[in-house]
Design a protein around this ligand. Structure first.
Ligand code: PRP
Length: 182
């Protein structure tokens, strides 16, 4: 791990802070979904680490499934259309769906997914984002129901977030040194 740590400018969300965030989200969700059996949908790849922690902090019965998406053409940020690379295996008609996302940036990925899953007849769809990027003069396309924390508009990695598929295994969220990606 030393090699990975060396590439980090500063720690933005420590392991201790992550534990606090997860505990708080788990409590809120367990309270709101009392008596229900939600399906937690993790949006791969980034959300797999967060989802694993979140599931273990939820105290009501719940199931998990996974979706992988990738952007079309010039990217989701410009088009807002995503391609389903791996679809759910679970029938969601009548289910309470909770989408777990590692980071919400433009929100275009999630706004697309929410519409898609609504069309399949989910009873309810809510979004739990571990981190929301704060971007000046910018409003995300969706508002998450549960927010772990806010992060500045910097190049962040760790806790599932990657740069060229690396750093996902860092146990904290950090800002990547400029020289690593420039
Ligand atoms: C990231 C993140 C979200 C999306 C957020 O995924 O995990 O899915 O971007 O961006 P948006 O709010 O602007 O749509 P990425 O495409 O990097 O894939 P990954 O999860 O496999 O790293």
């Amino acid at each position: 791990m030393a090699g990975l740590h060396q590439d980090i400018e500063k720690v933005l969300i420590s392991e201790e802070e992550i534990r606090e965030i997860i505990g708080r989200l788990g409590e809120q969700i367990s309270h709101d979904y009392a008596g229900k059996n939600p399906l937690v949908v993790a949006v791969l790849r980034g959300a797999f680490v967060f989802t694993a922690d979140l599931m273990r902090a939820i105290t009501v019965p719940c199931a998990v499934d996974f979706m992988a998406v990738s952007s079309y053409g010039n990217g989701v940020k410009s088009s807002g259309v995503v391609r389903i690379v791996k679809d759910l295996d679970t029938e969601i008609a009548g289910r309470d769906v909770l989408i777990a996302e590692d980071i919400l940036d433009s929100g275009l990925t999630l706004s697309y997914l929410v519409e898609l899953l609504k069309g399949r007849g989910a009873r309810s769809i809510k979004i739990c984002a571990f981190a929301v990027k704060d971007i000046a003069n910018h409003t995300a396309a969706v508002v998450p129901d549960y927010v772990g924390t806010h992060v500045p508009d910097e190049f962040i990695v760790g806790y599932g977030l990657d740069f060229a598929e690396r750093y996902r295994n860092l146990p904290y969220v950090g800002v990547l040194k400029h020289e690593v990606y420039s």
